[in-house]
Design a protein around this ligand. Sequence first.
Ligand code: F6R
Length: 614
Amino acid sequence: MCGIVGYIGRREAAPLLLNGLKRLEYRGYDSAGIAVLNGDMQVFKRKGSVGNLEEMLNVSGTVMLGATAGIAHTRWATHGDPSDRNAHPHMNVTGDIALIHNGIVENYSTLKQDLISQGYVFNSDTDSEVLVHLIDRIWKSDPSLELEAAVRQALRHVEGAYGICVVSSREPDKIVVARKGSPLVIGIGNNEFFIASDAAPIVEHTNKVVYLSDGEMAVITRDNYTVKTIENVEQEKRVTELDFSLEKIEKGGYEHFMLKEIFEQPEVMRDVMRGRVRIDEGRVQLGGIEDYLDRLKQAKRVVICACGTSWHAGLIGEYLIEEFARIPVEVDYASEFRYRNPIVSSDDVVIVISQSGETADTLAALRLAKEKGAMVMGICNVVGSTIARETLCGMYTHAGPEVGVASTKAFTAQVIVLFMLAMALSKGRTISHDEIRLNLRELAEVPDKVSRILEQNDAIKVIANEFKDAKNALYLGRGFNFPVALEGALKLKEISYIHAEGYPAAEMKHGPIALIDEDMPVFFIATRDNTYTKILSNIEEVRSRKGRVIAIASEGDREVSRLAEHVIYIPQASGPVMPLLTVVPFQLLAYHIATLRGCNVDRPRNLAKSVTVE
Ligand code: F6R
């Protein structure tokens, strides 16, 4: 999610690099930094905007003049707060190697301990810094190596995902880059080369690019570039001609950020689980709560507080924690919790969930729970946000910046974190080692299953077209899928302005059934689980009142298609992971209905991405 820019050529590097960083601002970031080579290595980094960094460079005068090679970075924090010291580039102790990194080094803590035991001193809390010290150690142990070889050897020790750029004043006429998991593009100019994490910073300079593939490295000089695998096998690369507008590139080729973020979900889900889900060991590794896990397991009760979509994730969390860990859970709207004199004590654990980490009501609930002596844990997406700072412990969702106002990938990331938490709370207490492995395997299969659902995007658009003029809509689900019904209705109303309500399907007969007529679309979640036959009866009830049924059903199901006007089939999965699948068609339906109605899906009226006021 971080942004990477590099330049090597004959022009002044610093202004080109800063301009490139500005082109990446759309990705969201919390700090920025730059390293250039003009004889020496010069590194500047700053928390906050690229503008802050630019100001710093202006104040520093002409230090960067004459540099025609360099690298620059915008950081979206994953390990360590947003701060000057955690910003990239990171340097080795002698200040002659600088590195920027996009991705997550999963085994950073083992590597870090190892380096510390050999006398290395760390200047940041990031996972990325281990990379530069690792390269330094290898290079120092064999000074006859070239930078490229030192980087190659270092990467053999690294588990996880990376896109990196490395420069050194010892070899000032080259940039070494490598990719595994995090994208890197090389732009080919006239006796100059650009490097970036996506084509946005490159397109104004050249439309000729080479995309590095996973497991490849490149060495780029002013006149040439060579691409090899990390195992040192030379690669023939095809030069691609870009024909995108800048705006399209920023949105990854999608029409809207919301659609891009819906499609990012399989990748985001893998990122959330990366390094945490250990199927073979039958456990999850949750660094942020490890020291508090025993206390969490002893909680008499868990209270989850959140707002909006995060509250829906909390409801799924309730089902998961009660199902597996057998700890009673209550889920409260943060805005209600804060004003209703809740009964909370030191026996309770309060979990606050927030994408932004800045929601005023959630923050107030957190502070009240602390005042009452509860242990407060956070689940946040934005690292270093107020909620993340004020909670005793917590877990980040690692969903990357969410730009679309309607939450999509942050929601599924929250549910995955809650699933992992439920496993951690159950381990050694309520479910067996084998059951944990089974559940984790189910969870690990979700990203591929979501990809298969996303392949139905065009078919879902056709369904959306039929319902774009609806005035009302009803969403019904049961069990783990009841919160998904709420979330489906929220997605539709907030971006399409169609009135929609979600209900547990069985509640329909206690009121909402009165609304059903031939104009009412009713979206059912009818996947195969223990309430399947009950849901079929609910569908019959709607049909007999002429309601229009759109159902999400399990692949291979024949019953539902007999009853519903439209069926969206999804891969079968166990009940507890099902919400991660069933929510996806609802996100796409809401998106298409809203765009077909001409609504601004990324910026719906009256809504803000971060609700920092009551
Ligand atoms: C809906 C949506 C909102 C947020 C809510 C809480 O799509 O985005 O309902 O979920 O405002 O925001 P966070 O999670 O930032 O606390």
